[in-house]
Design a protein around this ligand. Structure first.
Ligand code: ADP
Ligand code: TZD
Ligand code: MG
Length: 576
């Protein structure tokens, strides 16, 4: 035996070897993956070090959920899968919320987790951080894969990339057991095993008959409306969408993260006449938006009595008829679909009837005028409108800055008040209305775009990811966080009538979140009036220094659940 081993040795001597660590890095670089968001630990600590040494940017977070939200929004901003890297079981589970969020929002993301040994996990023998992660992940993402052999790393990553970005984008899970990282193989064979993904998200051209049907329906409209969703923002077909809107003359309504695809100040923008256009329109062209709860499922009171016809442009065929009948489904990628619609419209398209567009404009002007005086108040303590009035001007003066927004009243009022001017500049809670996306999104936005970031955060919303202010300071990112501090969830005024504990929705009164930022070397400011707020935000945006401004908002200013209080269940027994 000893002799046999000795006689084998010379054959492998001089042979160039590679291993799992290096193959994963090489596969990532081959596919243009430049950034990883994660938290280190067994079994991926060395991998993170080696990736960093190889030139991949590895951003270490304080909690995996925030790294995951960063990866998800990186996917939205770049059309490439955002990568989140976590340790086994607990780290994996912390990242899983973000993976599910990415899938729900149609953002391409890959959650890569180290995992324990298969043999031990499958016999449930109690390995370090043991969990059947692949089985758990499957229900929450678009696709889930595990790689067991170093020679399959190339294929594994290629499958993950394709699954994340092709068709309807979404979250993908990639399971990498600890043993894989150290597996050794011939370097040349390893190199050959890597796969460069060609045309990861192939164009999907709509059928000519579907395009014609859509244009026929559109032609018949007397009161047409275009709804732009975050799928349209994601598609990066900005110029074609602008042409379609302007050539048709149809009023458009941007969903939250589609704001700025065309400026909110565009003469055809119906954002400030939302209820009118939903109620009174007769044909609705949906582009990259779903008829889910955010659009009252396309039916009911907010859509009015008059019959409506829907045209829907989406890459996912099964989205059609999900809530109401779609008269003209146009299935394909938005770039190809909008181009085909434009071509079909030809040179002599009749613009939307002027009595309709005139009525929409009049309503919009009326609503804008109604809001204007409220935005100019300089009250102290501030109310939402006074604070938002100054922030609105700051965003107007800095249209390249990225706005991150979460909270309840803080979300709804910011969305309504602050106009956006450029595509993909507004990032928020998305389809689930999830609290906690703030710091992850801010970090990824700064890293991926190099632009300054302004976060407008409810005090509760901020708390879900607040520890990442250390991350922002550590990487010295140009992020300015404004906390709308009204001492609680929705309001800071609730009383617990029954006992000594505080009410469930209130926090420590007069908390000073600005001190958190100072603890890590960032700039902290306490602002009690719109004037102070304006000065502090402008200084932060000019300097690019990590800044947190504690904006003291009147604790009585908000309302329950912001604009969606109607979704709260009510007991029939509750005394009025
Ligand atoms: P919003 O919340 O803004 O209304 P949704 O997330 O509900 O938007 O809808 C986005 C839609 O866009 C999804 O149905 C998704 O399938 C679709 N989508 C995403 N990317 C593309 C694309 N490149 N081409 C076509 N449709 C897309
Ligand atoms: N947990 C998660 C992950 N997402 C949620 N949406 C909630 C809980 C419930 N929730 C909301 O829907 S808004 C909100 C919570 C806890 C916080 C609202 O308080 P805020 O904003 O301070 O952030 P305002 O301005 O006080 O309304
Ligand atoms: Mg609050």
């Amino acid at each position: 035996m000893a002799e046999a081993a000795a006689s084998k040795k010379p054959e492998t001597e001089g042979e160039e070897l590679t291993d799992g660590f290096n193959l994963i890095i090489d596969a990532m670089k081959l596919n243009g993956i430049e950034t990883i968001y994660g938290v280190p630990g067994i079994p991926i600590t060395d991998f993170g070090r080696m990736a960093q040494a190889s030139g991949i940017r590895v951003l270490s977070f304080r909690h995996e959920q925030n790294a995951g939200y960063a990866a998800a929004i990186a996917g939205f901003l770049t059309k490439k899968p955002g990568i989140c890297l976590t340790v086994s079981a607990p780290g994996f589970l912390n990242g899983l919320t973000a993976l599910a969020h990415a899938t729900t929002n149609c953002f391409p993301m890959i959650l890569i987790s180290g995992s324990s040994e298969r043999e031990i996990v499958d016999l449930q023998q109690g390995d370090y951080e043991e969990m059947d992660q692949l089985a758990v992940a499957k229900t929450m993402c678009k696709a889930a894969y595990r790689v067991l052999h170093a020679s399959d790393i190339g294929i594994g990553l290629a499958r993950a990339i394709r699954a994340a970005v092709s068709g309807r984008p979404g979250g993908v899970y990639l399971d990498l057991p600890a043993k894989l990282f150290g597996q050794v193989m011939n370097a040349e064979k390893g190199k050959k095993s890597l796969v460069k993904v060609i045309d990861a998200a192939p164009a999907q051209i709509p059928a000519p008959a579907a395009v014609k049907r859509a244009l026929d329906v559109l032609k018949s409209a007397k009161k047409p409306l275009i709804i732009l969703g975050k799928g349209a923002a994601y598609a990066q077909a900005d110029e074609a969408i602008k042409q379609l809107v302007e050539k048709s003359g149809i009023p458009f309504l941007p969903m939250s993260m589609a704001k700025g695809l065309l400026p909110d100040t565009h003469p055809q923008c119906a954002g400030a006449a939302r209820s009118t256009v939903l109620k009174d329109s007769d044909v609705v062209l949906m582009i990259g938006a779903r008829l889910n709860w955010l659009l009252s499922h396309g039916k009911g009171k907010s859509w009015g009595e008059a019959p409506k016809k829907f045209i829907q442009v989406d890459i996912e065929p099964r989205e059609m008829d999900s809530n109401v009948e779609i008269a003209a489904p146009v299935v394909g990628d938005i770039g190809s679909c909008v181009a085909a619609l434009l071509e079909g419209m030809g040179g002599s398209w009749t613009k939307a009837p002027s009595d309709w567009t005139g009525a929409v404009s009049a309503k919009r002007e009326e609503n804008v005028a109604k809001m204007a005086p409220r935005l100019m108040n300089n009250n102290s303590p501030m109310d939402y409108h006074g604070a938002l009035g100054v922030l609105r001007t700051i965003v107007k003066e800095r249209p390249d800055a990225i706005l991150v927004n979460e909270g309840a009243n803080t979300l709804d009022l910011t969305r309504g008040v602050i106009d956006m001017y450029k595509p993909r500049k507004r990032l928020d809670v998305g389809t689930w209305g999830v609290m906690g996306i703030g710091m992850g999104q801010a970090i990824a936005a700064a890293v991926e775009t190099g632009k300054p970031v302004l976060c407008i955060e409810g005090d509760s919303a901020f708390g879900f990811s607040g520890m990442e202010v250390e991350t922002i300071c550590r990487y010295n990112l140009p992020v300015c966080i404004v906390i709308f501090n009204n001492d609680g969830i929705y309001r800071g005024t609730d009383q617990n009538k029954a006992g000594s504990d505080p009410a469930t929705t209130v926090f420590v009164k007069g908390a000073r979140y600005d001190k958190m930022m100072e603890a890590f070397g960032g700039v902290g400011v306490h602002a009690t009036s719109p004037d102070e707020l304006k000065r502090a935000v402008n200084a932060a945006m000019d300097s690019g220094k990590p800044t947190l401004i504690n904006a003291a908002i009147d604790p009585a200013a908000g309302s329950e659940s912001g604009r969606i209080g109607n979704l709260n269940p009510q007991s029939a027994l509750k005394k009025k």
